[in-house]
Design a protein around this ligand. Sequence first.
Ligand code: GCU
Length: 599
Amino acid sequence: MKKAYLFIFGLLLFGNTEILAQVNLIQNVSARKTVLLDGVWDSQVDVVGVGSLARFGLIQDRKPTKFTYNGDNPRNTELVEQDMDVAEKINVPGDWNTQKEKLFLYEGNLWYRKKFAVIPQANKRYFLYFGAVNYEATVYLNGIKLGQHKGGFTPFQFEITKELKSGENKLLVNANNTRGEDNIPTKIADWWNYGGITRSVYLIEEPETFIADYFIQLEKGKLSEIKGWVKMSGSQKAQAVNVEIPELGLKQSVQTDTTGYAVINFSSKKIQHWTPQTPKLYDVTISSANDNVKDKIGFRTIETRGTEILLNGKPIFLKGAAIHEEAPFRTGRCYSEGDARTLLTWAKELGSNYIRLAHYPHNEVMTRMADEMGLLVWSEVPIYWNVKFEKPEVYANAENQLLENISRDKNRASIILWSVANETNESEPRLQFLKKLLEKTKSIDPTRLTTAALLPKEGKGEFSLDDPLGEFVDVMGCNEYIGWYTLPAELASSIKWTSKYQKPLIISEFGAEAVAGLHGKPDEIWTEEYQNRIFENQVKMLNNISFLQGTSVWVLMDFRSPLRLLPIKQDFFNRKGIVSEKGIKKMAFYTLKTWYETK
Ligand code: GCU
């Protein structure tokens, strides 16, 4: 089965860490020579999956019927039981659930087809790049199966240099969002299972040998040392590659080795470090014999010191909000600049310097905009709740999604935390699974911190962090819902928080539900007053946790979930947003904003 391969590079001693493996995603696709294949596609719902049977002629064009009676025109007698030429249309990118009422609850196969014409050039290479397809994609070009991909929130690509035809090409994608207990995430998750080609699709043209990937960041803990690598792909892997940061007067020519790989080192005392207040991005240009890539990269360091988190060597308190990839106003999966700007502007209005992009990698527009707007990011893969930790194939899927996430976003200054789990029950298989994932994360990217959203041990008047996974993360995340799921809100301020580990804590979720605009007494559940009462008590408690270095309220905006059934109040929405999906800020928004102003 063709899928993103793991390239094993030569060893790079990066500090005292080795860079061992990457997935082979083209870095910074929007800066490449591309044809955007977004727009109106043909679509065919296929509830039982018959479309893959040859007799339906969906994958390869059907042959006209052989038997005909004297004089019959074979075309007229042909038994065809699908016809994408007259099938319904659907927009790409975009989940199918919010595009068609009949697909709102649909879970299964949906076939997408896009016809496009190109004239491939000699000595060029061509790739199809998908921003994301939820959950499993099987891709065919001109009747040839290119491969499959699992995971609904990370990019994947196929080289199609051989399969691309001059003139009209037919791209066919089977997207299947059927949940599975061996999937990542598993069958039950508190968010809507939006299916389909949910992010952009690109046809990429590259020179025969091109700049495939690069990693350019400050070395861990070094405010003046930029360190990284470039990776060439093609037949002329070993060649001179120039890396330039004009504004800093930095230019270096490196010689890639036979694997196409070269280390980059720059020193500069002039770097203006990226911070939420001054999110400085530098133009970085990488050029080789036949290729040239421009990117905008911020330079900052992120470390821990005891129970502190240090940004550029200075302690920082992360004032944040968790965000689901639910589109404001229209609902459905986010994919646009407008979606991202609306959500991140609300976060900034809250007084945030940090966001938790829950519970899966968000689209690249979002992480690049966090770079521009100065929001630190907790990025995570959907290892959520009851994952089958004992199954090797489940680990392989989880690791692949993690590598794809890190590969795509490794040059984003905003991203400071890679999270490997959310509320996973303690067990030995779970500990081994996540330990291995954390080691892999550090080996690929030693510059950032690792974390996971743990659960506290609830004792009498005491909440403690003693999850064995705490030993292996840099920063402990912890979700708690005092006042909503457990204990009366007024007891929050009397809770004593303790930790087995001398590490920073982020309360990665706290909150309560409220229907925007529903008002009543503070003891009336579902009212804004009730939600606000919990927030007023939460902040009293949060002020008393000595090793607390950040909070991400759950959640910035109400989002769709199949677990939230209460008619009128929820109607398939989780109402823990401090802003409604219609953009209405609730009372709790202002209580939290006021508290953040004191931090
Ligand atoms: C959990 C979980 C979230 C969920 C939230 C809730 O902590 O991490 O995904 O939405 O609780 O119950 O609202």
